[in-house]
Structures are given as C-alpha cells and as structure tokens.
Design a protein around this ligand. Structure first.
Ligand code: FES
Ligand SMILES: [Fe+2]
Length: 371
C-alpha cells in the first residue's frame, strides 16, 4: 500500500453535514464530512486529545466534533474549540489533525492520502467520456471484496485468465503465443501502463450482451491498464463502435479487503432500460474473479518477481510491479509489518500536505518502508 495517490473514500451522497462518516482506507481510519457550504473534507479520524474517533462524533457548523470531550476540528484539521479550556483560551498550535486534499468526480469523493505538494501529486485518473452524450455511465457500483487490492489490479491486467475464469464470455481466445507476439505495453504518463490487443471469440454468439447488437469479429480488441497502484481501467471494443470502458477505483481497506468503486461506460445500447442487465452481467463476471482471488496464496502480491513463475503473458503484471517498486523507492510504501507491530500501542496517521509546512504534530506518521 502506498501513500501519495488519490483514493476513493465514499459516494458523494454518503458524505453529508448531518453526520460524519468513518471510513477505513490503507489500514487507517478517516472521517469525511461536509461543512456548512457543502464542501467535503477528509481528515485523520483520531482525535489527538485522547484518541476519540471523530467519525463517531457530530458535524457542528463547519467542524467535526469529537464524541469524547467535544473538541471541534475544521476542514483544514485545525482544532477551533476545546470546551474544557473555557471560552477565553484558544486551542494550542499542536491541536490539529491531518487533513487531505479532496475532489469529487463521477459521484465519488476522492482524497489524496499523502503529503506531496499540489504540483508534484500524481493526478486522479480521469474518465474522458464521462460527460459525452454518445456514452452512458451506469449508476456507480460500490462493492467490497475479501482480497488485497494489488491482487485485484493484477487480475485486471491479466489477458490470459479470461478463457479459464470467464468461459461464458464467448471463450475469448486471447491467450495463445505471448512469447511470439509479446504484449506491447505503453506507459500512461509517469504513473501507469496499459496494453491493447486483438482477440477472437471462439463462440461468437456468446458473451457480454450476446444477440443484442451487431459485433464485428475483425474489430474485436480488448486491453487494460492501471494508473497509480489502485486505479484499473479495461477497454473492450466489440466492433462497430460497440465499446465498453470500465473504471475501477480501488480503496485498500486493510491487508485483506478492498472497496471497489466501479464506473461502467458504454458507447451503445444507451437506453436506461439496459442499465440493470448490463450491471448484472458485469457483476456476474466480477463474481467469477472474486471466487478465484479470495483464495490466492499468498494473500498479498509478492514484491519480487522470483517468488512466482511469471511467463510472457504476465508482462503487464511485471510492469505494474516495477511501478510499485519505483514508488517504494520514492518512500511511499507503507511498512505493513511495522504497522502491525505498533498497532494498539501507537496511533499513527498518513501525513497530509500541511506536515511539509508546519512541525509540531501529535500523531506519528505511518511507518514507511526505508524511512
Ligand atoms: S478524545 Fe477527543 S475530545 Fe477528548
Ligand atoms: Fe476476470
């Protein structure tokens, strides 16, 4: 798991000024709420007084109030009220929690969980066709799975599993001869990579929405990519402009579970009456992956390429792991082993950008590999 990327926190409508929302991401807790002008904020959940969970408190005006002794924190994480000090005394400078940059897009509240200044931040991966009337977005689908997010992303980057795991999808014949025809991988900016390749359908009358539209067998192509450690995109082109583009923004909850925010875009069958059926089929396919991924061993992706026997079809996975290594060298990888050791004795937080400008923080920073 890595700091310094954008993570999906919640659906926009879950974040309100009626009550704060407590969310676990990257093994740590966060609180999300809206202030009186409707702006969403995401803060570290741990009250720096004596460890109250801010997410279990209340929203008061522009602040979230700790349920234990009523300390109030504004959207920037600054404590503005300490009731027990009385009205005269201002909260000390150290009374602050980490606050994270937020943006709302595609019905999702995203937070940048890290301390990089704005100019250096990896961007959020955007959906270029989201507002294009020639495309239709399904209703945002959020689901939780019991496996590590990197295993989930790697599964999406794997062209060789389809005919074994998803045989009902017309037996997509993408898997032959990856040594002779190596997968061509392109980088996406400085933080991602992708591939596209033609495929054939052994049973052309089967598969996603079979019989509902005119395929063009000579134009079938599919591919996928990742951006950052936790955004996965798949492109499926069934010919004649019948395209699906699927975006999975993944939030690692902890070492064993992941929350996935899924936006499905389609360039055909735009009528709303198809929405439910298309989502049902997508979730049926997802379930085939889920059943498989829940029992992978080891649970977490090995951070080496020699503890699994990788072959040419795994090239996109290898490229993803190279990026992960790069981000580890940047000092962005959370040291899960050390975090496990100290958990229960020490509260920590992901450092927010404000830590670069100000010292004097109560909570330690989450342990990072190499730091
Ligand atoms: S623990 Fe939060 S106000 Fe005391
Ligand atoms: Fe799959």
């Amino acid at each position: 798991m890595y700091i310094n990327f954008w993570y999906p926190v919640a659906c926009c409508e879950e974040v309100t000024n009626a009550a704060p929302l407590r969310v676990r991401i990257l093994c740590l807790d966060f609180v999300a709420f809206r202030d009186s002008s409707g702006v969403a904020h995401v803060l570290s959940d741990t009250c720096i007084h004596r460890g109250g969970a801010l997410g279990n408190g209340k929203v008061k005006g522009d602040c979230v109030e700790c349920p234990y002794h009523g300390w109030q924190y504004d959207g920037a994480g600054r404590c503005t009220v300490i009731p027990s000090l009385g009205k005269q005394e201002k909260p000390p400078a150290r009374a602050k929690v980490d606050s994270y940059p937020v943006q709302e897009k595609y019905g999702i509240v995203f937070a940048f969980l890290g301390d990089l200044p704005e100019a250096d931040r990896p961007p959020l991966y955007e959906i270029p066709e989201y507002d294009d009337p020639a495309w239709r977005a399904n209703k945002l689908k959020v689901f939780e799975v019991n496996y590590y997010y990197e295993r989930s992303v790697e599964n999406g980057l794997d062209p060789a599993h389809n005919e074994f795991v998803h045989p009902k999808q017309g037996t997509p014949g993408m898997m032959q001869g990856f040594r002779d025809k190596p997968i061509a991988i392109d980088d996406i900016g400085a933080f991602g990579s992708k591939f596209m390749m033609p495929f054939t359908q052994v049973k052309a009358d089967e598969g996603l929405m079979a019989g509902q539209f005119e395929r063009n067998a000579s134009q079938l192509e599919g591919g996928s990519g990742h951006f950052g450690p936790n955004a996965l995109i798949t492109w499926l082109h069934l010919g004649n402009g019948n395209d699906f583009h699927q975006y999975f923004y993944e939030a690692p909850i902890d070492e064993n579970s992941t929350r996935i925010f899924f936006v499905n875009m389609r360039h055909f069958m735009l009528d709303a009456k198809h929405d439910q059926r298309i989502m049902d089929i997508n979730m049926e396919i997802a379930q085939e992956d889920i059943d498989l991924l829940e029992v992978l061993n080891p649970v977490r992706t090995p951070h080496s390429t020699n503890k699994e026997l990788l072959v040419p079809a795994d090239k996109p996975v290898v490229r993803y792991r190279e990026y992960l290594q790069q981000w580890e060298q940047n000092g962005w990888r959370i040291d899960l082993r050390r975090l496990r050791e100290i958990r229960g004795d020490v509260a920590v937080a992901i450092p927010g950008p404000q830590r670069r400008a100000e010292k004097n923080w109560v909570l330690d920073e989450v342990p990072l590999v190499g730091k």
